[in-house]
Design a protein around this ligand. Structure first.
Ligand SMILES: [Zn+2]
Length: 154
């Protein structure tokens, strides 16, 4: 399938997100590994054989819990709703495991437009607004990253 990946400003949190755009079918996917937002526009069915009818799905992001373990058995939780306090403490508990690489793991929530780090170490500059982030990257001759879902297998 013909598609292009690009770094865009997340429509939900304004940080750097990834868009996958299929320029032949106009299908589109967006995902944000900052706030957890995702969006997909896909062809649902064809009307009159040549007229695509699209369906759209959008999930608001409420944060991300990434636990990276030295034995590679970590996990990534994308939060599509506000966690209950039990769920929050469950995520926090995962950080107590001595196998967890605290430098590579983080638990960040996104509520009412505000990121809050609850545990671990989010990557440097990860939560800068898109423009600011882009400027900083360019000043260092770096590309904005494209994060492909499922590429990291922990
Ligand atoms: Zn976002």
């Amino acid at each position: 399938m013909a598609s292009t990946y690009s770094a865009i400003a997340c429509p939900h949190c304004g940080c750097c997100a990834t868009e996958d755009y299929y320029y032949k079918t106009w299908e589109k996917f967006i995902w944000c590994y900052r706030c957890g937002y995702s969006y997909e526009k896909t062809i649902d069915y064809w009307k009159n054989a040549n007229e695509p009818v699209y369906s759209e799905r959008e999930y608001k992001g409420h944060g991300m819990c990434l636990v990276h373990k030295r034995d590679k058995k970590g996990f990534r939780k994308i939060l599509h709703r506000t966690l209950t306090s039990e769920e929050t403490s469950e995520c926090l508990k995962a950080f107590l495991d001595e196998d967890v690489d605290l430098k590579e793991s983080y638990f960040v929530t996104f509520e009412n437009g505000i990121f809050t780090t609850l545990a671990g170490t989010p990557p440097k500059d990860f939560y800068l607004p898109y423009d600011e982030y882009k400027e900083k990257k360019e000043a260092n001759n770096q590309q904005l990253e494209i994060i492909l879902p499922g590429i990291k297998s922990f």
